[in-house]
Design a protein around this ligand. Structure first.
Ligand SMILES: C[S@@+](CC[C@H](N)C(=O)[O-])C[C@H]1O[C@@H](n2cnc3c(N)ncnc32)[C@H](O)[C@@H]1O
Length: 197
């Protein structure tokens, strides 16, 4: 499935996502990432979805906020919640950052990318961090590979390089890994927090 097709599937469940996603989901990891940020500057939420909860927390923490999502409907709904964000409707694998960020989050979004795009995207996000900037993302644990599944009646693909490969790519990109956690064990859901040197 291409990222554009993934966006079309999310268009169809964007309203339900906004209504049914817990306002707490991922927030403790975001708070953990925020503790590493030296100075709030620009923050980017990749695959921001429709709830606005990460963007709202970033805003309250003093960042200039940007949301990026390949689903136009997710962005439309997020804008209703957090109007002051600068939004990009784009596939992160095709989008080019034009500024440096002190915080980038990608909560449960980049795991939808095809496997061959995982490394270039994580390298692109790492490169978009200012010195000391923090990257929080989730990825699949376990071995490298791809899977398909159904969620709320929509088909989705997921892929991972495996946690160790992500850590190696981040280190090669000049980042230190500050936190790696299988936060939903025994699910293969992994939180990674990295900081640019
Ligand atoms: C599981 S939802 C998570 C949304 C949000 N991060 C949250 O936790 O509420 C995945 C989101 O990632 C977006 N997404 C998936 N692939 C993407 C891509 N290649 N570029 C940008 N956004 C993408 C989807 O449209 C969707 O909004």
């Amino acid at each position: 499935m291409t990222p554009r097709e993934t966006g079309e599937h999310y268009d169809r469940i964007a309203g339900r996502w906004q209504q049914e996603t817990s306002t707490d989901y991922g927030m403790s990891a975001l708070e953990r990432a925020l503790r590493w940020v030296r100075q709030p500057g620009s923050a980017l939420d990749v695959g921001c979805g429709s709830t606005g909860r990460f963007l709202q927390k970033m805003l309250e923490s003093g960042f200039q906020i940007e949301g990026l999502d390949v689903s136009a409907e997710m962005i439309r709904l997020s804008r209703e919640r957090v109007a002051s964000a600068n939004y990009h409707c784009a596939d992160v694998s095709e989008w080019d950052p034009t500024i440096a960020y002190s915080l980038i989050t990608a909560w449960d979004s980049t795991f939808h990318l095809p496997r061959e795009l995982q490394q270039p995207v994580i390298e692109k996000l790492a490169a978009a961090l200012e010195p000391g900037g923090v990257l929080l993302f989730t990825c699949g644990g376990g071995a490298a590979g791809s899977i398909s599944g159904s969620f709320w009646g929509e088909d989705f693909d997921y892929s991972t390089l495996g946690v160790e490969a992500f850590v190696q790519h981040l280190q090669a990109a000049g980042c230190f890994c500050r936190h790696v956690e299988y936060d939903q064990f025994p699910e293969n859901h992994v939180v990674v927090i990295a900081q640019k040197g």
